[in-house]
Design a protein around this ligand. Structure first.
Ligand code: NOJ
Length: 464
């Protein structure tokens, strides 16, 4: 079929989720507490409608039917994560055999249905026992994470051939140590920098361990970053500088060490200036240098826009925000439910940046999507969500991706966030993102219009 937007052969058409957001069953079969389980038990009022992590979309119980449904929606790949706190419920790092059984079953079921599993190791879900040791602020926890990663490779690496060390590592320091939106709700930029550094170090050591193992011969390992192209308000020198600094802290602090093996000198200088360099050991520099990723996962929802500060920010502790202010472009199209700008051209700009500055490393769009509140308004008489807005959203982003691929970007897939509506941390089920809707009371799954549309796109490997 002649199509206007045809994608490369063997393109991955899939969807993404994570263990803590989809499995449910937070308290059974020997799972230990994660920071989310703990936080919900102490402060349920902080979560939308007080829905917590044990009420997530019951994938633990329904994985077989859900994987069949993936096939129905045309997915040829699916990314989820292993929950560290399910596999290693306590500090002894002994594996929980119920968890091994579950993840084995999930992987085998995907493979026997022709769905490529992509397994992520950490999705904001620190086990509570490791948080008590200091979480990502602690070097000891880096070592525990590496033991956990090695156990995953050993247990599942014969069948899982795509691994990622972290999903959106910027979120823990940004939301949990700079802002107070995620546990442990600390507001201290210096501590946030330590957290970010240990995540990158943990990722590099896990990569080095993976590459030593036999199962890596026909496998690869990457990291998933939410790259947000950062645009200045205009071309005024001060605004360009502000956007550059925002980019350094939120994108390049993760992208450069992961892909190029070193931190940007400009970022190091800024941290020094603020007395905010993290504690490190000399040998780490070599570890990070030598153990870069095989591929990248790129999550993209919206860009960042910045301008110079209009007034000085008076703070007691360091925060990168002393250098910039967020800028809202008056022409922006907005997803009003999330307050996020919709800017599909950002996908092309990401492709361009990866091509020009990051050696055109292979990557896939590991998340893209649209959260909508009150989606039941769009349910038709057949009981199906008619999410035409989501089809338009995905189409526009795919067109921009197609343009990037035509220009030479090495992109091998597109994954939607998400497959079945899932639990979005403190927002719980407020905004729905899935190709499949979930009735929270009955747990009934119904394919949305966008799911039917995606099936055709995947079958034809493109669209008009
Ligand atoms: C990115 C995160 O990886 C995921 O956990 C989250 O639910 C989605 N964005 C939607 O906000």
């Amino acid at each position: 079929m002649k199509l206007n937007y045809k994608f490369p052969e063997n393109f991955l058409w899939g969807a993404a989720s994570s263990g803590p957001q989809s499995e449910g069953a937070a308290n059974i079969d020997g799972k230990g507490e994660s920071i989310w389980d703990y936080w919900y038990s102490t402060n349920p009022e902080l979560f939308f409608n007080e829905v917590g992590p044990s009420d997530t979309s019951t994938f633990y119980k329904n994985y077989k039917e859900d994987i069949k449904l993936m096939k129905k929606v045309g997915l040829n790949s699916f990314r989820t994560s292993i929950q560290w706190s399910r596999l290693m419920p306590d500090k002894t790092s002994k594996v929980n055999f119920e968890a091994v059984k579950f993840y084995n079953n999930v992987i085998d079921e995907m493979l026997s249905n022709g769905i490529l599993p992509i397994m992520n190791l950490h999705h904001f879900d620190m086990p509570m026992w490791a948080q008590k040791l200091g979480g990502w602020e602690s070097r000891e926890v880096v070592n525990y994470y590496v033991q956990y990663a090695k156990a995953c490779f050993r247990l599942f690496g014969d069948r899982v051939k795509f691994w990622t060390t972290f999903n959106e590592p910027v979120v823990t320091p940004e939301m949990g140590y700079l802002g107070d939106w995620h546990y442990p709700c600390i507001v201290d930029g210096k501590r946030a920098v330590q957290v970010a550094y240990h995540e990158i170090l943990a990722s590099a050591i896990a990569i080095s361990e993976y590459h030593k193992m036999d199962c890596s011969k026909d496998g690869s390992i990457g990291i998933i970053l939410n790259l947000m192209p950062t645009y200045p308000k205009d071309y005024e020198k001060e605004n360009v500088k502000a956007a550059n600094i925002q980019d350094l802290f939120y994108n390049r602090a993760f992208l450069d060490p992961s892909v190029l093996g070193e931190y940007p000198q400009e970022l190091i200088d800024l941290l020094k200036e603020n007395g905010a360099l993290p504690k490190y050991e000399q040998k780490d520099i070599e570890t990070i240098k030598k153990n870069t990723v095989d591929f990248l996962g790129v999550n993209y929802y919206c860009p960042r826009r910045a301008q110079a500060r209009t007034e000085k920010l008076d703070v007691d502790v360091f925060t990168p925000e002393i250098y910039f202010e967020n800028y809202v472009w008056p022409m922006a199209k907005m997803n009003k439910y999330r307050g996020w700008e919709i800017y599909e051209e950002g996908v092309y700009d990401i492709c361009d940046n990866i091509m020009k500055n990051y050696g055109n490393i292979p990557f896939f769009i590991s998340e893209n999507g649209m959260g909508v509140e009150g989606e039941e308004r769009f349910i038709n008489e057949k009981g199906q969500v008619e999410d035409l807005y989501r089809i338009d959203f995905v189409k526009d982003h795919l067109k921009s991706l197609h343009k990037g691929i035509e220009a030479g970007a090495n992109c091998f897939g597109y994954h939607m966030w998400t497959f079945i509506d899932n639990w979005s941390w403190r927002n719980a089920y407020k905004n729905r993102y899935g190709f499949v809707s979930l009735d929270l009371k009955t747990q009934k799954r119904t394919i949305k219009k966008s799911g039917e549309w995606f099936k055709k796109v995947s079958k034809n490997n493109g669209f008009n």
